[in-house]
Design a protein around this ligand. Structure first.
Ligand SMILES: [Zn+2]
Length: 75
């Protein structure tokens, strides 16, 4: 039998397994790194529809998706 109260996952969060229960405080380093990992400025693809951005697509500030309604609001 597993008592949920005594269940500890020191490993933290499983992003793939969807078990994410980090205490919500402020942006953690992990979240910032995740932003770097998902932002089109770095991935060159939309985090929403995952369409790759055109090669010559070089927005100055906002990397709004040209394919869906995703808006870059990080700036
Ligand atoms: Zn998109």
């Amino acid at each position: 039998m597993m008592n949920p109260d005594s269940f500890e996952d020191d490993e933290g969060s499983f992003y793939n397994g969807e078990l994410i229960r980090q205490p919500r405080q402020t942006w953690t380093l992990e979240e910032k790194l995740e932003l770097l990992d998902t932002h089109p400025m770095f991935t060159r693809r939309c985090p929403e529809c995952e369409m790759p951005y055109p090669k010559d697509y070089r927005p100055v500030v906002h990397w709004d998706c040209p394919f869906c309604d995703w808006k870059d609001d990080t700036v």
